[in-house]
Design a protein around this ligand. Sequence first.
Ligand code: CO8
Length: 255
Amino acid sequence: MASIMVERSGRVALLTLNRPKALNALNLAVMQETVAALRELDRDPSVGAIVITGSEKAFAAGADIKEMAPKTFADVFLEDWFAAWDQLAQLRTPTIAAVSGYALGGGCELAMLCDILIASDTAKFGQPEIKLGVIPGIGGSQRLTRAVGKAKAMDLCLTGRFMDVDEAERAGLVSRVVPVDQLRDVALEVAKTIADMSLPIAMMAKEAVNRSFETTLSEGVRFERRVFHSTFATDDQKEGMAAFIEKRKPLFSHR
Ligand code: CO8
């Protein structure tokens, strides 16, 4: 059985982690299949947004502990364990994590690698690696801290406790909270809204927001202004503004 499933609906792609019995624990097969599938979708201009989801009980309960347990330092160092997940930070197509149930360890980190995090009212987030004698290894100590600040990031990483969805939303980790039975539909609807925008402009907006995590305010604002100027080189800027003036819906050509 494949570890993931990929479905398409118009310009939206849906990737579902598919190891429900192991609570979608992220083993090497899941990593390789997920990264390969996302890179392929990212190269396809007919895909305007990608939703990543799991099962109702678990988005993903972390890296696969049974696979990791026997590894030595030399194994994980030489194989540069989990470095491949970093490729998701390079995706240009907007991504949405639709999280229900457990998003722990690598699962929380995978959700945080996405641009938008939509959670069901049953979602639980945590970086419980410390309870296993390790620390986050797919960016959790960095992205969680940027998302929710030092106070909660330290609390979660040092105690291993889980954060429920209300706390996660208050802390700024989660974009929207929806009833669990509506999660998939809402995530796909948000994805469709984004996919109907101009793809190059959506990519520019994503790049500009992400730049804020990598640079100073004045450099970031300068970068944004230059990218803003370049939007005027696209057909979609002409179409978007013409449609507003003509009081009709824009039809973007993604050029
Ligand atoms: N890895 C492997 N198997 C898992 C994992 C996991 N992370 N999580 C759950 N499973 C398996 C269980 O072993 C169990 O399998 P089986 O039926 O064969 O016994 C099955 O999924 C169902 O799990 P439970 O019976 O435990 O379900 P519960 O509802 O009782 O509990 C929990 C759910 C609370 C989510 C519990 O399963 C749990 O605590 N899971 C582990 C969570 C965790 O610690 N995650 C962090 C993992 S480490 C990580 O992600 C990053 C490591 C970075 C290291 C860097 C190294 C380079």
